[in-house]
Ligand binder design. Structure first.
Ligand SMILES: *[C@@H]1O[C@H](CO)[C@@H](O)[C@H](O)[C@H]1NC(C)=O
Ligand SMILES: *[C@@H]1O[C@H](CO)[C@@H](O)[C@H](O)[C@H]1NC(C)=O
Ligand SMILES: *[C@@H]1O[C@H](CO)[C@@H](O)[C@H](O)[C@H]1NC(C)=O
Ligand SMILES: *[C@@H]1O[C@H](CO)[C@@H](O)[C@H](O)[C@H]1NC(C)=O
Ligand SMILES: *[C@@H]1O[C@H](CO)[C@@H](O)[C@H](O)[C@H]1NC(C)=O
Ligand SMILES: *[C@@H]1O[C@H](CO)[C@@H](O)[C@H](O)[C@H]1NC(C)=O
Ligand SMILES: *[C@@H]1O[C@H](CO)[C@@H](O)[C@H](O)[C@H]1NC(C)=O
Length: 381
């Protein structure tokens, strides 16, 4: 005979195990459901190969490394990766047909999970209401990117990836996207505030306000670059963290922006965000437009390698010139026009390789994967 406690255990254990298993089953099913809804923005996580240098590249850096000292590859307008003409056509019932072609909006062609596995650590996201003005989703100007995917779904995808890659730190630049035809109201601000200040988000977002810390503090988490202001939300809703980059301080289309994001600590960000090479005459062509953008990128990167070692540098290598005839799309600017004209990405690669070991800061790219070795060159691998 077993002593009484054993007899009780022998009876209770199978029930406990079954309960745990069904709980786990339920949790997995819920996660799968969320990831499926997020797939139009997240894509599918196919994992990393054993030999991948980029999948967990931050694990080789010590905890004490300051984020401002690191070289972080990012993607500009990250959520546009599946905005092909087929996708745009499928969304005409929401956007109407009076919208420029998809190639004007598309800046990437790899999914978020692919980006993460390929080493991208900064994402540029723009939110507004989804159709119906109920949930929040992602847009690029008039282009609606995924009508049923919510901001929460996409955050879940990042949390899920970070759980599997706890050495990595990911920065999220979040804008409110205007020009979508959806309202900007108090409910929208309350919604994004509630999403960002939920218990779940508090676990996965770095909670410091107005300061960028070390890699150790940011690992396994998202760090917010807050490119939106609260215009209607009462001040009592005060849980507002991240690096405040007010749209009013972020000069539009500028080759050189300085934002003091923390006055008392004199923390500054130096930013190049010259995206529309519109100083050029119509008909100037791809080579000339690309050279202008390359020059602006270089001027800023040169400063990043030589000045203000303890301040943040953000350089956008991405651009367009829609007004030109024919237009320079983001793809042409990044990758050239397919024949004799290399794009910004091809021109950037050898320069980065020559300057390996220097601090570049954050570099935001379009079509980052089309020039092999570019991400590795940004990181300095
Ligand atoms: C990408 O777009 C195509 C065409 O619209 C669509 O069939 C496909 O399901 C999309 N991919 C994802 C992961 O949503
Ligand atoms: C959403 O907001 C837009 C702009 O204010 C409005 O035209 C549209 O009717 C709204 N849609 C719904 C479903 O309320
Ligand atoms: C400024 O930075 C300091 C130190 O990093 C931090 O304690 C403080 O909260 C920041 N202030 C603001 C207004 O963000
Ligand atoms: C964070 O800093 C911003 C301004 O930089 C301020 O508006 C906000 O109230 C601060 N939040 C907290 C929780 O201190
Ligand atoms: C590519 O750009 C160059 C320089 O602007 C131009 O001479 C050439 O015709 C363009 N090629 C195509 C296929 O557009
Ligand atoms: C770009 O910079 C180079 C080197 O400073 C200069 O020779 C060239 O004229 C510039 N080109 C344009 C289009 O700004
Ligand atoms: C680079 O630094 C110099 C000296 O501080 C400054 O005058 C110049 O405007 C900077 N260039 C850019 C593109 O920010």
């Amino acid at each position: 005979m077993f002593p009484p406690t054993f007899r009780i255990l022998a009876f209770v254990l199978p029930v406990l195990i079954t309960a745990t298993t069904t709980q786990q089953f339920l949790a997995n099913a819920a996660l799968a459901d969320i990831l499926a809804r997020g797939a139009p923005i997240l894509g599918f996580d196919t994992g990393c190969s054993q030999t991948s240098k980029t999948c967990d590249w931050m694990r080789n850096y010590p905890d004490s490394t300051k984020l401002v000292h690191m070289n972080l590859p990012g993607t500009h307008d990250s959520a546009t990766w599946n905005y092909t003409q087929v996708t745009q056509d499928s969304l005409f019932r929401y956007t109407g047909t009076d919208i420029p072609p998809a190639e004007i909006f598309q800046c990437q062609d790899k999914s978020f999970f692919d980006m993460l596995n390929l080493g991208i650590r900064v994402f540029d996201l723009r939110f507004a209401y989804n159709p119906g003005n109920d949930t929040l989703g992602f847009h690029h100007s008039q282009a609606l990117l995924a009508p049923t995917t919510t901001v929460e779904d996409v955050w879940f995808g990042f949390y899920h990836w970070l759980e599997q890659h706890p050495t990595e730190a990911v920065l999220i630049s979040l804008n409110y996207e205007s020009g979508t035809g959806t309202p900007r109201d108090l409910k929208l601000e309350q919604d994004i505030y509630d999403i960002m200040s939920s218990d779940l988000a508090s676990q996965y977002w770095v909670q410091t306000n107005g300061s960028l810390g070390t890699l150790g503090e940011a690992r396994g988490k998202l760090t917010l670059l807050r490119r939106y202001d609260y215009e209607f939300l009462p001040a009592s809703e005060s849980k507002r963290f991240g690096i405040p980059f007010s749209p009013s301080a972020w000069t539009d289309n500028s080759p050189s922006i300085t934002i003091v994001y923390n006055t008392s600590a004199q923390q500054k960000a130096f930013i190049e965000d010259y995206y529309e090479t519109n100083g050029l005459p119509i008909g100037a062509g791809a080579a000339e437009n690309i050279q202008w953008k390359y020059n602006a990128t270089m001027a800023h990167l040169l400063n990043a390698t030589t000045q203000n070692p303890d301040q943040l540098y953000i350089t956008f290598a991405s651009s367009e010139h829609d007004e030109d005839v024919p237009p320079e799309t983001p793809r042409i600017q990044a990758l050239g026009n397919g024949t004799d004209t290399p794009g910004v990405n091809q021109k950037l690669l050898p320069w980065l390789q020559e300057h390996k070991g220097k601090r570049f800061g954050i570099i935001m790219l379009d079509f980052f994967d089309s020039v092999p070795g570019l991400v590795e060159a940004v990181i300095g691998l």
